[in-house]
Ligand binder design. Structure first.
Ligand SMILES: NC(=O)c1ccc[n+]([C@@H]2O[C@H](COP(=O)([O-])OP(=O)(O)OC[C@H]3O[C@@H](n4cnc5c(N)ncnc54)[C@H](OP(=O)(O)O)[C@@H]3O)[C@@H](O)[C@H]2O)c1
Length: 323
């Protein structure tokens, strides 16, 4: 539930970065098959951005919305990363321009939810930015707005703003810091939490090993050390070898009836305060498997405790202080 939007969505959504670019080749047919599989399996929330494939992800979702107008979807997009990242770029004029482009790409009059796409930290403390977002709501260009953040401190600053409907943050079995303050604060304020990178870019599927390679145009090749954008977006900022060691300790916990990827997604959903988890999928099979987690039983206390132990032993020293 997004209380400030007065909207209910299914707890498993779909991340649509893969439908744009940066994950190797995903054909248009594959992209449409992902959308169809996810929605037919009960997904009602899609997360995209104006920058994913420079609009390709939004346009494919727009095509899907036109074909399935009664699917009852909530589509969240993001804006702000098609220009050089300075706080001065976050103006009402630019917001109007950027949202007009997304409205056209998605084929809608009013965008359901627009998120600032990990803007410079100073933006979260700038009243004019949030006044401008309120203006977009008044103009009915958008029904509501939220933020996507890198750090817990940014999330807490945003949650304190009365108009912010959602915070999108990295949360997964290898990223626990939002559990400390961000999730409780969001719950108390009625702000929805959109949990992104829930599979640590696929690491938590348990299918990778030391010999796994990715395409040259896949961020898991070209952003492994933060060369193109925040390193936290690639494998959650965990060094690949350390990540493999952590996953190898979690795999034996996965009982009958679910895959490692489903176990990892269930871990996210079992954290109080999560509104929706948005795994990305590169094909229809992945999309269906992820959607099925909504109906799967919660993890046991022992399973949750063991994931915490793995985090504390291997991951916490590397990432906990960073985001
Ligand atoms: N700054 C931001 O706001 C920001 C940044 C990052 C992401 N996001 C959003 O968050 C969404 C999710 O994050 P993400 O896509 O980066 O990472 P993710 O969901 O943690 O990982 C996605 C990858 O995991 C693998 N996978 C997915 N489902 C699987 C399954 N059922 N079984 C096995 N493997 C599976 C696939 O990779 P392979 O098939 O290659 O193994 C897939 O590309 C994005 O799509 C995007 O919408 C937002």
């Amino acid at each position: 539930m997004f209380p400030r939007l007065d909207r209910q969505v299914g707890v498993v959504g779909l991340g649509a970065w893969q439908l744009g670019a940066d994950w190797g080749t995903v054909t248009e047919d594959d992209a449409m098959a992902v959308l169809t599989a996810a929605v037919d399996a009960g997904v009602t929330f899609l997360d995209t951005a104006d920058v994913y494939g420079d609009g390709r992800s939004e346009q494919l979702i727009g095509r899907f919305l036109a074909a399935r107008p009664d699917a009852g979807l909530t589509v969240a997009t993001k804006m702000g990363r098609r220009v050089t990242q300075t706080p001065e770029a976050y103006t009402l004029d630019n917001f109007r321009r950027w949202t007009d482009r997304s409205r056209k790409n998605l084929g809608v009059e009013t965008l359901d939810l627009v998120q600032l796409h990990c803007p410079p930290t100073a933006v979260f403390g700038t009243d004019e930015v949030f006044d401008a977002l309120d203006t977009l709501v008044t103009e009915k260009r958008i029904a509501g707005y939220g933020v996507s953040v890198e750090t817990c401190d940014e999330a807490l600053t945003a949650i304190a703003r009365p108009g912010v409907a959602s915070v999108q943050i990295i949360l997964n079995a290898l990223r626990h810091k939002p559990l400390e303050r961000v999730l409780p604060a969001a719950s108390a304020a009625g702000v929805g939490i959109i949990a992104r990178v829930p599979l640590a870019s696929g690491l938590l599927s348990g299918r990778y090993d030391e010999n796994t390679t990715f395409a040259a145009d896949d961020h898991r090749t070209y952003n492994r050390h933060g060369e193109a954008f925040d390193v936290g977006e690639t494998f959650s900022g965990v060094d690949f070898t350390t990540g493999l060691a952590a996953v190898r300790r979690i795999v034996p916990l996965v009982g009958e009836g679910r895959t490692m990827a489903q176990f990892a997604l269930r871990w996210v959903l079992d954290q109080p305060g999560v509104t929706v988890v948005i795994p990305g999928a590169r094909d229809a099979t992945q999309a269906r498997g992820n959607a099925a987690v909504a109906a799967q039983p919660a993890l046991s206390r022992e399973e949750l405790a063991e994931v915490t132990a793995v985090y504390d032993d291997l991951i916490r020293p590397q990432v906990h202080h960073r985001w």
